[in-house]
Design a protein around this ligand. Structure first.
Ligand code: TXA
Ligand code: MG
Length: 333
């Protein structure tokens, strides 16, 4: 406990000096910098290799800190914050004039969230201000859910990484815009559309492509391993494996555990089986993709997911990780 407290004090000191610190949240690890320090924010974009038009989420220690960064906050935003914070929900609100457009990617709105991870909350309390933090991965790559993912991919570029163990939720927060008459889901996550509607007693919309709300991070290719990733139904896994093998491509497979038991037999390849429960699957998905990406195979086959609503946020991440259009012709890396 004492060591962790010293680590948090050290990390907060680095942040106040304009340095960058990666830290665990309940969703994924974040790459944090002082939200009021433009030089720190610019460094985040550089390290992530992310376009500067793609804004960052500011992490806060409590609900009232929203007022330091947002203005014209509707009652509904307070209701959501009271119900779901600390937790995996990000609210997009009108920004205060003194919030740097570096953080907001040039937009007049700001994304805010109070994370639930105890290490993140201790860091926020110790630091005292807002911490701007995107997921601690390079642009379009797989988000980190373990300390080692950050260490392996960004370790050389960071001043410090706080270790908080594996993330319990495993996919990024739900993002809800509160700047229109009705709430609009900009990114799906653990907190569902019906949770928002139920809390507010109103309809919740899903962002449409032609909407006035600009969601810079909704690029089709995202969360992707560096190898081709194909999503196929269970009954096509073996035939797809065969087709790829005929071209001398080695594969690794991610499927449900039950499918692995049924199909793997004596096939000699890396095959990860995950539970057919969306909460557990989400928790382990990115770790599985990191493992398959760093393994020896040329490509990754992932079993397709059920089409029900409770898999929707995971389906969103997986489809962005997949090679599109799905062509089995590729040049191995
Ligand atoms: O769970 C999470 O949200 C993690 C942890 C670290 O908190 N963070 C995260 O950040 O996923 P990032 O930067 O990887 O994704 C944030 C998304 C981006 O797609 C960004 O474009 C969008 O939030 N965003 C940020 N500010 C926005 C704004 N003002 N309007 C619309 N979208 C915004
Ligand atoms: Mg990200």
């Amino acid at each position: 406990m004492k060591i962790q407290h010293q680590a948090i004090q050290y990390a907060a000191k680095l942040l106040s000096e304009g340095k960058l610190v990666a830290f665990p949240t309940e969703t994924v690890y974040g790459l944090g910098g002082d939200a009021r320090n433009e030089t720190a924010i610019q460094k985040i974009y550089q390290i992530k290799k992310r376009p500067t038009t793609n804004p960052l989420i500011i992490h806060l220690s409590n609900v009232t800190a929203m007022e330091n960064f947002a203005t014209h906050i509707p009652d509904a935003a307070y209701q959501l914050a009271e119900q779901f914070w600390p937790g995996p929900l990000t609210l997009v609100l009108k920004k205060k004039p003194d919030v740097s457009t570096w953080v907001t990617g040039g937009q007049n709105t700001v994304a805010l969230r109070v994370p639930a991870h105890p290490v993140a909350l201790s860091l926020l309390n110790e630091f005292g201000g807002g911490i701007a933090a995107p997921s601690a991965n390079r642009y379009t790559e797989i988000s980190p859910t373990h300390f080692s993912h950050v260490q392996n991919k960004l370790g050389k570029d960071l001043d410090y990484i706080l270790d908080g163990g594996p993330c319990s939720i495993g996919i990024e927060s739900t993002i809800v815009s509160m700047v229109e008459a009705l709430p609009v889901i900009l990114r799906e996550g653990h907190i569902k559309k019906e949770d928002i509607s139920h809390c507010l007693g109103c309809e919740t919309k899903t962002n449409q492509k032609d909407s006035a709300i600009h969601v810079p991070g909704s690029a089709l290719k995202h969360y992707a391993p560096k190898k081709p990733l194909y999503i196929v139904p269970a009954k096509e896994i073996l035939s797809t494996l065969n087709q790829l093998r005929q071209r001398d491509y080695s594969c690794a497979v991610l499927s449900f555990e039950s499918t692995k038991q049924k199909l793997k037999n004596n096939i000699d390849l890396i095959w990860i089986g995950l539970a057919a429960d969306p909460l557990i699957y989400a928790q382990h998905l990115y770790a599985a993709l990191h493992e398959l990406e760093s393994g020896p195979s040329h490509c990754i086959i992932v079993e397709s997911l059920p089409s029900s609503e409770d898999w929707s946020a995971i389906q969103d991440r997986l489809s962005r990780a997949a090679t599109q259009p799905m062509s089995l012709n590729f040049v191995p890396v």
